[in-house]
Design a protein around this ligand. Structure first.
Ligand code: PAF
Length: 285
């Protein structure tokens, strides 16, 4: 496995190759990331290189967020990538990726990007789309794998790829969970032991809400409110619990059963840690 820091080195290593599979990450890797790398490897059938990037993207962090303290575990990450079938790690510095102030940015549409995560983290998806497009331009992959854990991110990236006619396929990787149901996340490392014990309650509350919908309850607003109240009662500070249509992230029509594929998404703070999770409900009928 090669570890490359500069764009010219990456381009040289990839010249003459086709169909590269790409997994963008911010490092501090866990089993969820490694599963994406293995999925990328499998999708190429072994016939094309697998590239993973490690880059903590300042552009997607608000000034009060955890850019400075975001865990950087480069040595460990590269070992894990090697063990999981990665051929090239692209780990640019900020100067490589943003050699001058980045004033050309990708602005995804408000309907997808200014709601849910985008409403609580203004500018987040501008930062994500801008860096993802730059990374795509660097790697020029035939396919890229994004985790469903960041469900809205996956949707926004797919929209960008479609609208800009980028010549690559975006694959979705399933969310990896701990045995107690907690979705794996680099930010789980911020949890105290007591918070770690409590953390699976977020996934449980989404599963309960999904079960109520599947049992025929169509009072979406009441279900969302009840889930947030229950989390608050356990010491969480929820930003949102929202039931949305998978196709367009809009709420289903109020008070009527819905046969569309849905997804329930949530973000909530436990102590100083902000966790997100989601649960998909397949289309019915
Ligand atoms: O999901 C992430 O880790 C990041 O948002 C990504 C896609 C690597 C862009 O910085």
């Amino acid at each position: 496995m090669q570890v490359l820091k500069s764009l010219p080195a990456l381009r040289a290593a990839l010249s003459g190759t086709r169909g590269t599979a790409f997994v963008p990450t911010m490092g501090n890797l866990h089993e969820g990331h490694l599963a994406l790398v293995r999925q990328a490897r499998q999708a190429t059938g072994g016939s094309a290189p697998v590239v993973a990037s490690i880059f903590v993207n300042r552009l997607q962090f608000a000034p009060h967020e955890d850019f400075d303290s975001y865990p950087r575990t480069f040595e460990r990450d590269t070992k894990l990538l090697q063990q999981n079938g990665c051929d090239i790690v692209f780990a640019p510095t900020e100067a490589d990726l943003y050699p001058e102030p980045q004033d050309v940015k990708v602005h995804p549409p408000a309907a997808l990007a200014d709601v849910l995560e985008g409403a609580f983290r203004p500018g987040f998806f501008v930062g994500v789309c801008t860096v993802v497009l730059k990374l795509f331009n660097a790697v020029q992959p035939g396919l890229a794998v994004f985790g469903k854990k960041d469900w809205q991110q996956l949707m926004v990236v797919r929209h960008m790829v479609r609208q800009l006619a980028l010549p690559l396929q975006v694959l979705a990787g399933e969310t990896c969970r701990a045995d107690d149901g907690l979705a794996l996340s680099s930010r789980n490392g911020y949890l105290s032991p007591a918070e770690r014990d409590e953390a699976p309650a977020l996934a449980r509350s989404l599963r309960d809400l999904a079960a109520a919908v599947q049992a025929g309850n169509s009072d979406w607003a009441a279900l969302e409110q009840a889930a947030m109240d229950a989390l608050r009662g356990r010491g969480w500070a929820p930003d949102y619990v929202a039931l949305r249509r998978q196709a367009d992230l809009l709420p289903p029509a109020a008070g009527a059963p819905c046969s569309d594929a849905l997804v329930v998404l949530a973000a909530a703070r436990l102590g100083r840690t902000r966790l997100i999770d989601n649960f998909e409900l397949p289309a019915r009928g």
